[in-house]
Design a protein around this ligand. Structure first.
Ligand SMILES: Nc1ncnc2c1ncn2[C@@H]1O[C@H](COP(=O)(O)OP(=O)(O)OP(=O)(O)O)[C@@H](O)[C@H]1O
Length: 623
């Protein structure tokens, strides 16, 4: 009996000892009484009463007791109500306190801080864009976690190098990488397991050692990895994404030759017909060089752009198809008409990718992705890729690797940038003078199609051999302009933005920017038509009162970044953010260094275009 009592008292002590969750209550509130339900209390009191065994009328006592208990209950209830009201009052006061503190903090915030908060809100709104994947994948919740498997491996002696050695090599070439299990950089084409015939062909064209984007980008793409490749204009990105597609097509053909109705194995998307044509010609020449060697099969490549008759390429469509180079509009048309399918397509590359996944083309890209029937390798390349687009793209790729040579959007350092203040009415005359600065070939850029025509007309009148290209010209006129400028038959090409992205003309000496584009990215692409492939070039830009101050600021920062001379009139352009003590970070939407997101011309333009709901490509990219 004694033992039982001990155990019971021990148990009680144990029950009272603080549990990890309730210790605060036990420690701090010594008046705490555990709650006993009313019925239980009532029973206990009645039991106590009957145990007294008095002679009083038990029924009467029961009634009195019940009244007493009811009164007690009411008093307890009243006390509980008062306690609740007191707590609610305290919470309300706390909330009011927090609110007034926030209002006081807001009042203390500078305009810059408020602007930064507004920027963050806009950024968050853009970040909520739908993932870049096909609607089918999104609807079915399909997402892949592993990169595409390929048989390619770096040579053993390179694989055996330590990660520090790889990193040292990257640092030597100013390559910044980001991602998991990054393949090693390879300094020589001969170590990349590229066919000898290809190496000899490249050598004939003075392509002897890989450029930085190639020495990290080619092994990355050969390994089957998704990647974002960013490198300045004229740095050889085309070879970095074409070689992998060629090798993949050769491998597919060697496994099982493709027959009519099969293929393509891979597709390259470009934002303009001209760029697609140029890339197609490159692929064609590299594939032909391999076939000529006799050891490799002839690959069939299709150019799929608007403005041309696809019937002219029926000989390609009548055989197994290996590679398609396309602009989005015509590609979608061909896929919808089932002229070919993407059932076995496993390589998608987007050149000038920021433009492709930019607000205007986004839905086209998603539509194209919906034709893929299996996992693909996706590669995005550009000289400009603002942080926001990089982030957006990264969530759409599988274990992506970012290969970055220099700051995305930085100007090519081989271009000498000269910015001149020229009054609007003096521009045409000064242009003639400016043309004397260098020997031809020269490209003149204007943002306005009518102005392009006016400049060409003026130059022709003055006896300058000039051709013109813009989105309203017919495809024949555009092809003629490109061809005659490329072959050197014409000295000067006057162009709107359509010719700025990615086009590779031999040895352009001088780029004249007659009217400064609003978006600094466009400027970077335009001046990038010179100073290519390690050569130097000059870019002269006309600005005046009609150039928006913000554009001038973007330009000023870009010149400073590239170590170029900042002319006195640009030096006087003040950054309002600096005056207010705000941060001078570049715009995450367009990469411009002279403004924040809330003043981004690209965003404004995209919003305007979305409202007008028509396409982005200056008449050249789509169908
Ligand atoms: N490894 C190399 N060595 C020397 N020249 C090269 C090499 N790779 C490519 N080139 C040449 O450099 C020129 C520019 O290459 P490409 O057009 O691929 O540049 P890009 O980086 O795509 O430029 P953009 O951003 O303007 O499109 C081409 O004429 C090409 O033949």
């Amino acid at each position: 009996m004694q033992e039982t009592a001990n155990i019971t008292s021990k148990r009680r002590r144990l029950q009272r000892s603080p549990s990890p969750v309730s210790y605060k209550l036990d420690d701090e509130d010594s008046t705490y009484e555990p709650y006993i339900p009313v019925a239980q209390r009532r029973e206990a009191k009645l039991a106590k009463l009957s145990s007294l065994g008095s002679n009083v009328d038990k029924e009467k006592s029961r009634k009195q007791l019940e009244e007493l208990l009811e009164r007690e209950d009411e008093e307890r209830e009243e006390e509980r109500r008062r306690e609740k009201a007191r707590r609610e009052r305290t919470l309300l006061m706390e909330a009011q306190d927090v609110h007034s503190k926030k209002a006081a903090e807001d009042a203390k915030k500078t305009d810059v801080e408020k602007a930064e908060e507004a920027d963050a809100e806009i950024l968050a709104a853009i970040a909520s864009r739908r993932k870049l994947a096909s609607d089918l994948e999104l609807a079915k919740g399909i997402s892949y976690t592993d990169s595409l498997k390929t048989s390619w491996r770096a040579p053993r002696y390179i694989r055996e190098r330590s990660e520090e050695q790889h990193q040292r090599l990257r640092e030597k070439y100013h390559i910044i990488v980001d991602g998991e299990d990054i393949p090693p950089p390879i300094e020589h084409f001969s170590d990349m397991k590229i066919p000898e015939a290809m190496i000899s062909f490249l050598k004939e064209r003075k392509i002897i050692t890989p450029t930085p984007i190639q020495l990290q980008g080619i092994p990355t793409a050969f390994s089957g990895r998704d990647m974002i490749g960013i490198a300045f204009t004229g740095s050889g990105k085309t070879l970095a994404f074409c070689l992998p597609i060629i090798m993949m097509a050769l491998e597919a053909e060697a496994r099982l030759p493709l027959v009519r109705g099969e293929g393509p194995v891979g597709v390259i998307l470009c934002p303009s017909r001209e760029l697609a044509t140029q890339t197609y010609e490159n692929v064609l020449s590299w594939a032909t060089a391999l076939a000529k060697d006799g050891k490799y099969p002839q690959l069939n490549t299709l150019l799929c752009i608007g403005g041309i008759s696809m019937g002219d390429q029926s000989h390609v469509l009548n055989k197994g198809l290996h590679i398609v180079v396309a602009t989005p509009g015509r590609l979608i048309d061909m896929l919808e008409k089932k002229r070919f399918t993407f059932n076995n397509c496993k390589y998608l590359c987007m050149d000038e990718a920021d433009r492709m996944i930019d607000l205007g083309f986004e839905d086209d890209v998603r539509n194209i992705m919906s034709f893929f029937k299996r996992q693909r390798q996706t590669l995005l390349f550009s000289a400009t890729m603002p942080r926001k687009i990089q982030d957006f793209a990264q969530q759409s790729l599988i274990k992506p690797i970012l290969v970055n040579v220099g700051r995305a959007g930085a100007a090519n350092l081989d271009v000498l940038q000269v910015v001149e203040y020229v009054k609007q009415e003096a521009k045409m005359v000064y242009l003639l003078e400016c043309l004397q600065k260098t020997a031809p070939p020269v490209i003149i850029f204007s943002e306005n199609k009518n102005e392009v025509d006016d400049i060409q007309e003026y130059l022709l009148l003055k006896g300058v051999e000039a051709v013109a290209i813009h989105g309203s010209k017919t495809q024949e006129e555009r092809q003629y302009a490109i061809k005659s400028f490329k072959t050197g038959a014409k000295d000067v090409m006057v162009a709107s933005g359509v010719a700025s992205k990615g086009l590779d003309f031999n040895d352009v000496q001088h780029v004249i920017i007659f009217s400064m584009p609003k978006e600094i990215e466009d400027y970077v692409h335009q001046i990038g038509r010179t100073g290519r492939s390690g050569k130097t070039g000059i870019a002269t830009t006309f600005v005046n009162m009609s150039t928006p101050e913000q554009t001038l600021l973007d330009l000023k920062y870009l010149l400073i970044e590239a170590g170029q001379k900042v002319p006195p009139f640009l030096q006087t352009v003040e950054d309002p953010r600096a005056a207010q003590g705000g941060s001078l970070k570049g715009c995450p939407v367009c990469g411009g260094l002279g403004h924040g997101i809330s003043n981004c011309p690209k965003l404004e333009d995209a919003q305007r275009r979305q409202t007008a709901s028509h396409r982005i490509d200056d008449g050249g990219g789509g169908y």
